[in-house]
Design a binder for this molecule. Structure first.
Ligand SMILES: C[S@@+](CC[C@H](N)C(=O)[O-])C[C@H]1O[C@@H](n2cnc3c(N)ncnc32)[C@H](O)[C@@H]1O
Length: 275
């Protein structure tokens, strides 16, 4: 029988402090069962007795912190999640890029998880910008979870999530491996995306400016102050007129961040500002 591990409040507090320090993810006491559940696999793998031993293991092995963050982060995502954003891209963002004959286009998927979000952006760009190869177009895709990122780089998905894409996209941008039944993202889409490890609270190596930043369903895990710090940093790296898309449950209305509300979960940097 598999050993059960019980996470006490004392150990939970130390773990949540470590997670907060590293990621700014706020694990309040209600998250104790979730943390116990997600870390149980680590304890089993490491052959440890209990959570106390896990904490001393963490003290002695730096790399375990990365494994812990991988286990704790919630990586749920899907292709074309929150359809309204993709409608806005099609109806407003892409036509403007084409009308202005913009040669350099930069998007950032901040908190890209296993890649479905930046690949959806890539497919949309390929659909809307016919001469994309003659332009300088890139999607930066970053995350703190090394496990999620390595799945993202592979770009191989089971059928269920891929079947959520429109049939024409599925045919054009995926190939099916008949033996495994898995679908691989086409190299045409992959070429547009650069995956990188980035903790959003560390210094950013890139300078922008970005035309669009998607940071969706990431800031829900942060407290108000770090969240607002992040939104101000996003604003500073957007080009004037650039957009920030947040998750539909993450309103920024009534906050002092210098972005203009466009519609639910869409904000824009005013045109007149310098980056
Ligand atoms: C729920 S997923 C959202 C994925 C995608 N944006 C979407 O909406 O479908 C949240 C992602 O944020 C990442 N994340 C959490 N804290 C982070 C941090 N401090 N820096 C970078 N990424 C972080 C997690 O690893 C996770 O992959």
């Amino acid at each position: 029988m598999l050993q059960e591990y019980r996470l006490g409040m004392r150990e939970f507090r130390r773990i949540s402090a470590l997670v907060y320090e590293r990621t700014r993810i706020n694990l309040h006491e209600g998250k104790l069962p979730l943390v116990q559940n997600r870390l149980t696999k680590r304890l089993r793998m490491l052959g440890l007795e209990d959570f106390r031993s896990y904490l001393s293991y963490l003290d002695h092995d730096e790399s375990e912190l990365e494994a812990m963050v991988n286990a704790i982060t919630t990586n749920y995502t899907c292709f074309f999640r929150e359809q309204d954003h993709f409608d806005f891209l099609r109806e407003v963002v892409m036509p403007t890029i084409i009308e202005n004959d913009q040669r350099k286009v930069r998007f950032w998927s901040a908190g890209c998880s296993t890649g479905e979000e930046p690949y959806s952006l890539g497919m949309e760009l390929l659909e809307r910008i016919p001469d994309i190869r003659s332009r300088d177009v890139l999607i930066l895709a970053t995350d703190i979870s090394t496990r999620a990122l390595s799945a993202a780089v592979q770009g191989v998905y089971p059928p269920e999530p891929v079947f959520k894409c429109q049939p024409s996209y599925r045919k054009r941008y995926f190939s099916e491996d008949e033996r495994s039944g898995m679908f691989s993202v086409s190299s045409e889409v992959k070429r547009l995306v650069r995956f990188r490890y980035l903790n959003l609270f560390d210094p950013w190596p890139m300078r922008g400016p970005f035309d669009l930043i998607m940071c969706r369903n990431v800031m829900i895990y942060f407290e108000h102050a770090p969240k607002m710090e992040l939104v101000r940093r996003f604003r500073s790296i957007l080009r004037p007129g650039g957009y920030l898309f947040v998750g539909h449950s993450e309103s920024l209305t009534g906050e002092d961040h210098g972005l203009r509300y466009v519609k639910p979960a869409i904000y824009r940097k005013p045109q007149s500002e310098e980056v």
